[in-house]
Ligand binder design. Structure first.
Ligand SMILES: N[C@@H](CCC(=O)N[C@@H](CS)C(=O)NCC(=O)O)C(=O)O
Length: 215
């Protein structure tokens, strides 16, 4: 089986899939598409992923777009270690935490959304950055409460082992630091993020350790 991940070192959605691939112990090659240069909209890449977004995972010639679909595919085909708890209510809560990031935070800070604010809506850079910080802040405030309620050890979003929720938290925390978000009111998220980043699967997935990181 050949696994090829189409991504970009600083894409937080691709970062999620790198963490999941590492946790599952799967070898993969990477193909970088420079987002700031618009390479995600090149014809050759659009032929693979019509959305023109990264990541996309190619497995033996089949292309899977969308990070959550990719990670669920990995979970189904490589069940160990599990990324979801066994009990249905616990699974639902872990999914809900991941979706706070995937649906309610990340899309509002995506490059094409920010470029629309900058271009069509003529917003100056400080307003664009304020927009990003606002949506990360409000989503993270809710996630902080959920993590305080459900983390068993202060080192994981849910319970005491790595789940899908952790895979979605860490890259979004990276974005939050990149955009200068105030994190003082989010002690549970800060502690969980710091603990997770020490784990080898997370450490190997950081943007700074990817082959396409600028020198
Ligand atoms: N919901 C998608 C989001 C993918 C996404 O927005 N990727 C960003 C990078 S994190 C991207 O490709 N942006 C390019 C653009 O906005 O033109 C997923 O989870 O895979």
């Amino acid at each position: 089986m050949t696994i090829r991940l189409h991504g970009y070192y600083r894409s937080s959605a691709a970062y999620r899939t790198r963490i999941a691939l590492n946790l599952k112990g799967l070898a993969y090659e990477q193909r970088a598409h420079h987002l700031a240069r618009g390479e995600q909209r090149d014809a050759a890449y659009l032929a693979l992923n019509p959305q023109g977004l990264v990541p996309a995972l190619e497995v033996d010639g089949t292309v899977i777009p969308q990070s959550l679909a990719i990670i669920e595919y990995l979970e189904e085909t490589t069940p160990e270690p599990p990324l979801l708890p066994r009990e249905p209510q616990a699974r639902a809560i872990v999914r809900a935490m991941a979706l706070v990031v995937a649906c309610d935070i990340h899309p509002l800070g995506n490059l094409r959304v920010l470029n629309y604010l900058r271009g069509e809506l003529a917003q100056p850079e400080p307003a664009v950055e304020r927009w990003v910080r606002h949506w990360i802040g409000s989503g993270f405030a809710a996630l902080e409460s959920l993590v305080q309620r459900h983390s068993a050890d202060g080192r994981h979003c849910f319970g005491d082992s790595v789940t899908l929720a952790d895979i979605f938290l860490v890259p979004q925390m990276y974005n939050a630091r990149r955009f200068g978000c105030e994190l003082a009111a989010l002690p549970a998220l800060v502690a969980v993020d710091a603990a997770l980043r020490e784990l080898p699967a997370f450490a190997a997935a950081v943007p700074e350790r990817q082959p396409d990181v600028p020198a």
